[in-house]
Design a binder for this molecule. Structure first.
Ligand code: EPZ
Length: 442
């Protein structure tokens, strides 16, 4: 277990300067897994030095695969020496990525054993849409005490429609069908840009994957895949985190690598609330222009307002003058971070809005909802945030509490700094580069 570390933050100062985004957390490790199809060494550049990357490397090595982390954010991966097809639940959080391994395992061994990682803090996160899709490709799946044995001599292309949009499920069906015999057509597929990063990499390996209008993806099965090299796209969640930090501290930050093409829904909200931004080629400058106005948002699969942006956006809205509503529709239980913000003086009321057709509005399976879960928050601003001593519960909440501590005048202490490393490379170092007074201690 990592040693417990904490952030000590002296808040109340505007962030100023420039920061460069790292490779997308929700793309990098998936490319490492896709590389396992090839015997040659694939080269993945601009990966983020975060826990998800390193634990994926760990898992691949334990399976006999080759992973070499080189200098300047380059990792090479080869599946040639893979000798194991079991991802046990012992692999911790990262076994969430277990279904991504099924394709390479079936192509090499004709079988795979994965555990169902079970839920996490934001919801049950079942994998039914993954397994239904893999079965549709002709695999046999037998489940026993939390483990699934998947077997298939050969996968056959199929037409599969996702019952509800799923980012991970789309990733997994794309990865698993690349060597299937014949053509696979995915319907109601997710549109997240990290999926396009995966598609681009697989196509460089020799796959034949194409996005068609109307959430369709076609995959023509090929005989084999060869190693390739690819640079991971910048992390759009990190871009939004720094943008909200710049605006919430009344600062001015140039975010290098912030690509307007994948941040449309966020920039649209900034226009509504009066947040300043200036697009400068492949970078965006975010700056405080005037008192922020409130707004109402509903999170939605891409190209909508992303659920991962919701927590830092909530902190920003505590500084807006008036009432803002946030309606989270992707995960069933993603508001736990509010209890910590309330200790800092945030005024928020959690509630459940009346939704005529919840089956259509919510991405989670309704049977996973619970009466004690809230799906909307009404935030009253502007609130004066007080410094506090708090526990970081999970990765996204960590960035949220750091942001709140940067606003609150005075000294805050946040334990659980190591959790933030799961999704952000050197966040405190980058913030110091923006003149924030943040220290990391054991
Ligand atoms: C991915 O999670 C991301 N994770 C998430 O980041 C991100 O918030 C989410 O997509 C939305 O973009 C990675 O890419 C590693 P979904 P994922 O399948 O694939 C339910 C992070 O780790 N569902 O689109 O799990 C699911 O529980 C996260 O940083 C089923 O019920 O998202 C959720 O409520 C935070 N059955 C909803 O659908 C399934 O088989 C959307 O999930 C699959 C999903």
């Amino acid at each position: 277990m990592n040693k417990r570390e904490k952030f000590v933050i002296e808040g109340g100062k505007p962030l100023k300067g420039e920061v460069t985004l790292c490779g997308a957390k929700n793309s990098g490790f998936k490319l490492m897994i896709a590389s396992l199809y090839a015997d040659g060494r694939s080269e993945i550049r601009n990966f983020s030095k975060i826990t998800d990357t390193f634990s994926t490397g760990e898992i691949i090595r334990n399976l006999g695969g080759e992973v070499i982390f080189g200098e300047n954010h380059i990792v090479t991966v080869s599946g040639k020496s893979l000798s194991n097809w079991v991802i046990s639940s012992g692999q911790g959080k990262l076994s969430r990525a277990a279904t991504y391994f099924i394709g390479p395992f079936l192509s090499r061994f004709g079988k795979a054993v994965v555990s169902n990682p079970g839920g996490c803090k934001i919801g049950r996160r079942p994998l039914d849409r993954h397994f239904e899709g893999i079965k549709a490709l002709g695999a046999k799946i037998k489940g026993q005490d939390g483990h699934y044995l998947i077997s298939a001599k050969e996968l056959k292309g199929t037409r599969y429609r996702f019952p509800k949009v799923t980012h991970g499920g789309t990733d997994v069906m794309v990865i698993t069908s690349v060597l299937a015999k014949g053509k696979t057509v995915l319907e109601n597929a997710a549109l997240e840009p990290e999926i396009d990063d995966l598609i681009a990499f697989l196509n460089k390996m020799g796959a034949k994957i194409e996005r068609k209008p109307g959430r369709i993806i076609t995959i023509e099965g090929v005989k084999e895949l060869k190693s390739a090299s690819h640079s991971v796209m910048p992390d759009r969640n990190e871009a939004v985190t720094f943008a909200c930090a710049a605006l919430a501290t009344k600062g001015d930050v140039l975010v290098k690598g912030a690509d307007k093409k994948v941040l449309g829904a966020f920039l649209e909200q900034l226009d509504k609330v009066g947040g300043g931004y200036e697009i400068d080629g492949k970078d965006i400058r975010f700056y405080y222009k005037k008192q922020l106005s409130p707004c109402n948002i509903l999170t939605h699969p891409y190209p909508g307002f992303m659920t991962d942006w919701m927590a830092v956006w909530s902190v920003l809205m505590t500084q807006a003058k008036g009432e803002s509503v946030i309606h989270e529709t992707i995960f069933e239980n993603r508001f736990a971070f509010f209890e910590q913000l309330i200790k800092m003086g945030v005024k928020v009321k959690l509630f459940n809005p009346r939704v005529p057709r919840p089956e259509e509005v919510y991405s989670f399976n309704l049977k996973d909802d619970r009466p004690e879960y809230f799906h909307a928050a009404r935030i009253f601003g502007p609130a004066t945030l007080k410094p506090a001593r708090l526990e970081i519960a999970d990765l996204r909440a960590g960035a949220t509490l750091i942001l709140a501590s940067l606003i609150a005048k005075g000294k805050s202490e946040l334990t659980g700094a190591e959790l933030v490393d799961r999704g952000y490379e050197n966040l405190d170092e980058k913030l110091r580069g923006l003149k924030a007074n943040i220290k990391r201690t054991e």
